[in-house]
Design a protein around this ligand. Structure first.
Ligand code: FES
Length: 289
């Protein structure tokens, strides 16, 4: 992708907050544009899922989730990163979100939803000793959004290690990521935004196609793409915000939605639209008049 910059410019912005129990939280803010966040989150959830946790911290409640296996999906659609981890999934708005074709997201809401502030943090006990490490995100309304928990030297298999037995090798991931994203002394290890590859996807949610018999459409897209030798990812996806006249298919290249897609229509979409550049007009949504 043109314009991708693998070097993060340091913000040199460190803020330390003192908690009511006299702990300190040291935040090191970093530039959180869409490309930077995509690279960081891809590194965390696709390459280091076994080392990290995520959740949400508020006074009186802490949510913590961990992965038991590699996430099944890590995709970007309409500004939201979606990570699917078997029984649970999450969404995080890392680029502007425009909403569905018939329900556009108001500008103010787009600003509120977007992650606009991010920091690597360390929590230090009253003696000034760091005890936990992570990444914190805030949305455009300055509300605390997701927290990512990085490996903790004092914890092994959810158990606190005896005093003096900490394994500081576990700070390696924190150090590596901090060098790249906070200090800018190492480049981002990608040549382009890893969440921005072109794809064609069929919706597997039930609202647009209650029988959910999307498999033949997916297979037809797959075999046509393979046969035509087109460089595009074929995916299944959650709701594509059309929610009727399914099966619904979406081409990310030029943001085209198709409805009532049978296997033979899927084949035409690949051969006529992706290969020849001519949209299959009778199936486009909204309908072409
Ligand atoms: S449920 Fe398929 S597009 Fe919304």
């Amino acid at each position: 992708m043109s314009g991708f910059n693998p070097w993060v410019t340091p913000l040199n912005n460190v803020v330390t907050e003192t908690t009511p129990t006299n702990w300190k939280i040291e935040y090191e803010y970093f530039d959180c544009n869409g490309d930077t966040l995509a690279c960081l989150l891809y590194t965390l959830f696709q390459e280091n899922w076994h080392q990290v946790g995520l959740g949400h911290i508020e006074q009186g409640s802490v949510l913590e989730l961990e992965f038991n296996e590699a996430p099944k999906k890590c995709v970007l659609y309409d500004g939201y990163l979606t990570v699917i981890a078997g029984e649970w999934h999450f969404h995080l708005c890392i680029e502007e979100t425009f909403g569905g074709l018939e329900s556009e997201t108001p500008v103010e809401l787009r600003k509120q939803r977007l992650i606009t502030k991010a920091a690597f943090y360390r929590r230090l006990n009253p003696e000034g000793i760091p005890k936990s490490w992570g990444v914190q995100f805030w949305n455009g309304a300055e509300q605390q959004a997701m927290t990512i928990f990085l490996p903790n030297p004092y914890v092994e298999d959810e158990n606190l290690l005896p005093e003096g037995k900490a394994n500081f090798d576990k700070l390696e991931l924190y150090k590596q990521l901090r060098d790249i994203y906070v200090l800018g002394t190492k480049p981002i290890p990608f040549e382009k935004n890893p969440l921005k590859c072109a794809y064609i996807a069929v919706c597997t949610s039930g609202r647009c196609y209650p029988s959910r018999n999307w498999q033949p459409i997916f297979e037809s897209l797959q075999s046509a793409v393979e046969k035509a030798g087109v460089d595009i990812d074929v995916r299944t996806t959650g709701c594509l915000q059309v929610c009727k006249l399914g099966p619904v298919v979406f081409n990310s290249n030029d943001k085209t939605w198709y409805t009532r897609v049978k296997p033979e229509v899927a084949e035409r979409i690949v051969n006529e639209h992706l290969v020849e550049g001519n949209k299959v007009t009778e199936h486009i949504y909204p309908p072409v008049t």
